[in-house]
Every structure is written in structure tokens, then in C-alpha cells.
Ligand binder design. Structure first.
Ligand SMILES: Nc1nc2c(ncn2[C@@H]2O[C@H](COP(=O)(O)OP(=O)(O)OP(=O)(O)O)[C@@H](O)[C@H]2O)c(=O)[nH]1
Length: 301
């Protein structure tokens, strides 16, 4: 299993600074990192910060969330097939919602190969203290990135007084009680802290595969394997009755009377079904808060 880290954080908060330093540290340990970078706009600006010997895939058309999970899936697949690497670092754009970004890396296709370690959010602490200057939408995104972090870097500490530093960390901890918070400058974090993040997908063997992120985190993912086929109607009925703390689902659902499991997508109350021409494994990924308790149709438990 290869470890995967997602670097989240608002525009200009220090993600690329973190990325370059983490690459340096992995290399110093003799490990080979690979990188997926997402840029808003078309210029591969940040990628110049990554050494040439690091396998790199870029998505220049937008962020992980809005350019679609399929592209990220394809990028990861390409990396898995074409390059030698030990650990994958994914830098999301500052405009990505962390749940969407996480969703993009959770594919049933490589659930057995990747170990999603979780979300490292770089927070601009100066901006945190001045967040009332942001528009409501932007402020919501900025705060969501902080709220869903598994490891939170309170960055740009050099710009704050001691009193401000303490206030920023205190407030952030109140907002995200489960993340470990580290005060940083230029995104410098000891590798051991990243490596200590609790991994997610301890896959096979059992029918139900729990995937946990972090310790007592709210946001978590779970991969389940269907034991029998369901009807489309009954499955949609089950979806309608789900608690609204299930944010996202995707996978392949075995549907009665249909040859191969159908590609199923769910996001923010919307359901999408697509026929699949290959026989894909009947697995479903759920992402949300406390999803361990959700009883899934077609799975006995
Ligand atoms: N003073 C100060 N500047 C920082 C710190 N961390 C990053 N910066 C600067 O902030 C700017 C943005 O840093 P990046 O690492 O490119 O941030 P990013 O999150 O990758 O930016 P986007 O890719 O645009 O979202 C750069 O000019 C960095 O040098 C810090 O701790 N203190």
C-alpha cells in the first residue's frame, strides 16, 4: 500500500511551500514521492517548484473538485502504471472543498493499493484573524478547509505577534477540535508528524471495509462490498432516507437485471447512474460524518 497525503488550504496559504519541503524530507529518507498538482488557470506555475526527478501529474484546467474526480482517478492510475514511487502528495487548489478533494482520491479502483492518510490543511493564520474581511462564500470555503483537516498547520506565524499567535491557534482548535495543530512558518513540518497520521484503508479480507481517517475525526470514509443485487428504485429510496451527514458516495452498484454493476454517483442530494461496460467490483465508497453507523442496502451487517 502506498501512502497518500492531500494538501489543502486557501489560495496563497503556503501549500506549495509545504509540498517542496515535504518532498525534500521524503527524499532525504530515501523514499520517492510522486505529486499531483492542481492549478487554477492554465499555467503550470507551481510545478516549477517540484524537482524534475519527481513523477508529476498536473491538472491545469481547474481544481480537483470542479474538473471531476474521474480526471484525478486517471492521473493516479497513470502514476501507478508508469512511475516508480513510494508516496503520493496531492496539492489541491486553494478553491477546492476538502470533501470533494478527498472524494476524488477515493476510487474503488485502487482501494487496495492506496492508503489515504488524510488531509493536511495549511491555514494562513494572518488571514484567519482577519477572516471577517472575506466574502461569506470565500470565508465558508476557507473555514471548511480548516474544519475538515486531520493535521492543521497554522502557517505564517512570522507575521503575527505572540498574542496573535496564541489567539489564532486557540480559535482554530475551538473550530476543529480533532486536528493536531502545529504552528509553522513557510509550511515547515517534521515528516514524522505526517507519517504519524492514522491511515485509512485497511482493506480486504472482510466484507465490510472500514476506512478511517485520523483519530476521532468527524469526516471519514468507508468502503463496502455488495453481497447481492438491488433494484434501482429500492436503492434510490435508501439514498433518500440517508442522514444528511453522508456527503458523497460513488462506486459500482449491482442492479437486478443489469449485466454489470452500474456506476453510481451521489453528491449533495443528487444521484447519477451510468451503465458500465466492464465488470467492475461491486464496491461503494461513502464519505461523511459518522458513516460507520450507516446501514447500506445490499450489505448485511
Ligand atoms: N511571511 C510568510 N510568507 C509565507 C509563508 N508561507 C508561505 N508564504 C508565502 O506566501 C506565498 C504563497 O505561498 P505558496 O506556498 O505558493 O502558497 P499556495 O498555497 O501554494 O498558493 P496557491 O497555489 O496560489 O493556492 C508565497 O509568496 C510564499 O513565499 C509564511 O509562513 N510566512
Amino acid at each position: 500500500m502506498k501512502d497518500v497525503y492531500l494538501f489543502s488550504g486557501f489560495l496563497g496559504s503556503g501549500k506549495t511551500s509545504l509540498l517542496t519541503d515535504v518532498i525534500r524530507q521524503f527524499k532525504a529518507k530515501g523514499l520517492k514521492p510522486a505529486v499531483i498538482m492542481n492549478e487554477l488557470g492554465k499555467l503550470p506555475f507551481d510545478s516549477q517548484a517540484v524537482d524534475r526527478d519527481v513523477p508529476l501529474r498536473e491538472m491545469l484546467e481547474g481544481c480537483i473538485c470542479c474538473s471531476g474526480a474521474e480526471k484525478t482517478e486517471a492521473q493516479i492510475q497513470t502514476l501507478l502504471m508508469t512511475a516508480e514511487w513510494d508516496v503520493l502528495l496531492i496539492e489541491t487548489t486553494g478553491a477546492a472543498h476538502p470533501v470533494e478533494a478527498l472524494d476524488a482520491v477515493y476510487s474503488p479502483l485502487f482501494a487496495e493499493q492506496l492508503n489515504i492518510k488524510g488531509i493536511v490543511t495549511v491555514a494562513d493564520s494572518h488571514l484567519w484573524l482577519n477572516r471577517q474581511t472575506l466574502t461569506p462564500q470565500v470565508r465558508t470555503l476557507f473555514m471548511e478547509q480548516i474544519r475538515h483537516a486531520h493535521l492543521l498547520l497554522a502557517n505564517k506565524m512570522d507575521l503575527l505577534t505572540e498574542e496573535e499567535q496564541a489567539r489564532a491557534v486557540f480559535e482554530m482548535q475551538g473550530f476543529n477540535g480533532s486536528a493536531f495543530i502545529l504552528q509553522t512558518t513557510n509550511g515547515k513540518v517534521p515528516l514524522s508528524l505526517l507519517e504519524r497520521m492514522e491511515a485509512t484503508a485497511q482493506i480486504p479480507k472482510e466484507q465490510i471495509e472500514e476506512a478511517r481517517i485520523g483519530k476521532q475525526l468527524t469526516l471519514s470514509s468507508r468502503i463496502v462490498t455488495f453481497e447481492r443485487s438491488v433494484t434501482q428504485e429500492s436503492f434510490e429510496q435508501w439514498v433518500r432516507e440517508l442522514p444528511d451527514t453522508v456527503y458523497r458516495m460513488k462506486g459500482y452498484v449491482p442492479v437486478e437485471g443489469v449485466k454489470h454493476p452500474m456506476l453510481f454517483q451521489y453528491a449533495y442530494g443528487m444521484v447519477q447512474w451510468l451503465p458500465e461496460f466492464m465488470n467492475m467490483p461491486p464496491k461503494l465508497v461513502l464519505i461523511g460524518d459518522n458513516i460507520g453507523d450507516v446501514q447500506v442496502l445490499g450489505i448485511d451487517r
